[in-house]
Design a protein around this ligand. Structure first.
Ligand SMILES: *[C@@H]1O[C@H](CO)[C@@H](O)[C@H](O)[C@H]1NC(C)=O
Ligand SMILES: *[C@@H]1O[C@H](CO)[C@@H](O)[C@H](O)[C@H]1NC(C)=O
Ligand SMILES: *[C@@H]1O[C@H](CO)[C@@H](O)[C@H](O)[C@H]1NC(C)=O
Ligand SMILES: *[C@@H]1O[C@H](CO)[C@@H](O)[C@H](O)[C@H]1NC(C)=O
Ligand SMILES: *[C@@H]1O[C@H](CO)[C@@H](O)[C@H](O)[C@H]1NC(C)=O
Ligand SMILES: *[C@@H]1O[C@H](CO)[C@@H](O)[C@H](O)[C@H]1NC(C)=O
Length: 440
């Protein structure tokens, strides 16, 4: 090889290495998948079929879930639609050389059309959502064949809270679980539903959910260097040479996460963010969940009580041979957050706040309040030497909940002790001050 050739070779190699090192979205094998409450189930789930519990026989299961991915609601849909206009600016800047996006990512963005029905059928459960819920039901049936083989009257309950995307999620789950058996789905309860006790509760809707003061930490965080650095990165990287408002960044983030899919090639709209940007936006989501549904407001833990009381009663009856074999509820992320809060789970030593992003925080909505987030309790009859003992195994997103008991398996005594504080939990008109009907 002569000198000239070697030189060309070296230059080519350096060039290629640099090209490979360039951070692109399209070829990043491990792009960031944690989008707070819009995290896909596959990004975080385990598999209940792999759970083994030795010499035990499942007697009853109690399952509470959040609905699957859905189209944005009306307000978000409108904002996301407006943000589509950034596409032209991003492409123009790239063509002028004023962008650090990768060529292929820009090509993909150019070619990408947002699913047409996204802005038409607001809040609709997506196809992927239907399938995710169906698969959960199917895995439950595969894991607990004896419990689902004969679903007779009175041996089960399937119930959803109000909302077409939630009712449809339940339907998909039941289809997966029951196969071709005919089962009855209970009617939606429009009064104080124990699996969404905050929904009709005036005081929650007014003083917590719709109270701007509760989002003060988010506002604060959006003024920190951490957040502003992300904002400037997004502007520079995409060649958007103007000021993006917090709302604009949220809309772009929504555009990415509402079009993201674990099944297909990820949305090119996510290429506008770096991993760090997505981490910053994930923290915003965590702060919102923390204050609206969790430790950030003292009332929130009370709403977690009613479903937990239901769990205790269901298993006490089942233990005495009188209860249901299968109890499955479909609700909101809010319900899941409140249950964790009532149980004192995922609580950080210091309250989360807007001064600084706590990187190793326990409260992570992506892992526990994403799409299809679910908590499963399994009552088992176990043979221990001579005697029979009851044990309750807990799973979160199909992973053992080791936070509650050793290996996620509680003795009957531990189980009763854990849930005893929730006996008598209810949320009524007196507590709520007035009934909220807007959620319908
Ligand atoms: C950017 O945000 C502002 C409000 O902060 C809004 O009026 C404007 O429509 C947004 N622009 C886009 C393109 O979404
Ligand atoms: C884009 O242009 C602006 C000013 O016109 C400049 O400050 C910035 O560095 C450019 N960005 C890139 C990525 O080239
Ligand atoms: C479903 O409900 C109907 C009427 O309430 C009842 O007659 C029927 O036995 C129920 N079927 C099952 C499988 O529970
Ligand atoms: C609806 O909820 C209320 C209050 O929790 C309860 O009293 C009622 O029995 C429920 N209705 C149905 C049909 O489940
Ligand atoms: C915010 O939280 C951190 C710990 O995560 C704490 O050190 C700091 O004092 C808190 N700031 C405020 C204003 O509460
Ligand atoms: C098992 O039961 C037998 C008879 O009922 C009893 O004699 C024995 O002590 C028991 N063993 C244990 C380990 O409890």
């Amino acid at each position: 090889m002569n000198m000239q050739c070697l030189l060309v070779f070296t230059i080519l190699c350096v060039y290629l290495t640099n090209a490979t090192l360039k951070q692109c979205y399209w070829n990043d094998g491990c792009s960031y998948k944690y989008f707070s409450s819009k995290t896909s189930y596959d990004a975080v789930r385990g598999d209940i079929r792999d759970a083994k519990l030795g010499d035990c026989e499942p007697v009853s299961i109690w399952h509470i879930m959040r609905h699957g991915p859905r189209n944005p609601g009306p307000d978000f849909a409108r904002k996301i639609k407006t943000a589509l206009s950034y596409k032209d600016d991003i492409i123009k800047s790239y063509e002028k050389g004023n962008s650090s996006l990768c060529a292929q990512d820009v090509d993909n963005l150019k070619a990408y059309e947002v699913p047409e029905d996204m802005f038409i059928y607001v809040s609709k459960l997506t196809e992927e959502g239907y399938n995710d819920m169906f698969q959960i039901g199917k895995r439950i049936a595969q894991t607990f064949p004896k419990l689902v083989e004969s679903l007779d009257d009175g041996s089960y309950e399937f119930r959803a809270v109000y909302g077409h995307w939630i009712e449809k999620s339940l339907k998909a789950y039941v289809e997966g679980l029951a196969g071709d058996k005919t089962v009855n789905i209970s009617e939606v309860n429009l009064s104080f539903d124990n699996i969404a006790p905050y929904a009709a509760c005036g005081i929650y809707q007014k003083e917590v959910k719709a109270n701007p003061a509760l989002y003060a930490e988010v506002d604060y965080y959006e003024k920190t260097d951490d957040y502003l650095a992300a904002k400037h990165r997004i502007e520079r990287r995409n060649g958007l040479n103007y000021d993006l408002s917090g709302e604009n960044i949220t809309s772009l983030h929504d555009l990415c996460r509402y079009t993201w899919s674990s099944k297909e090639k990820s949305s090119p709209w996510c290429a506008v963010f770096t991993k760090e940007d997505l981490e910053v936006l994930e923290y915003v989501g965590d702060l919102r969940h923390y204050y609206r549904n969790s430790y950030g407001h003292p009332v929130n833990k009370l709403y977690g009580g009613p479903p937990l009381w239901d769990l205790l009663t269901t298993f006490q009856l089942a233990k005495d041979g009188k209860g249901k074999k299968v109890t499955s509820y479909l609700s909101h992320a809010t319900m899941m957050d409140m249950i964790y809060t009532a149980l004192g789970l995922y609580k950080d030593e210091y309250p989360l706040n807007g001064t600084a992003r706590v990187r190793n925080r326990k409260w992570r909505s992506s892992f526990r309040s994403g799409y299809c987030a679910n908590m499963l309790a399994v009552l088992n009859r176990c043979s221990e030497r001579n005697s029979t003992e009851f044990k309750v195994a807990f799973y979160l997103n199909e992973n053992p909940m080791t936070e509650l008991c050793d290996d996620g398996i509680c003795t009957w005594e531990e189980f009763e002790k854990l849930l005893q504080p929730f006996i008598g939990s209810k949320i009524d008109l007196k507590f709520c001050k007035f009934m909220n009907t807007r959620f319908r």
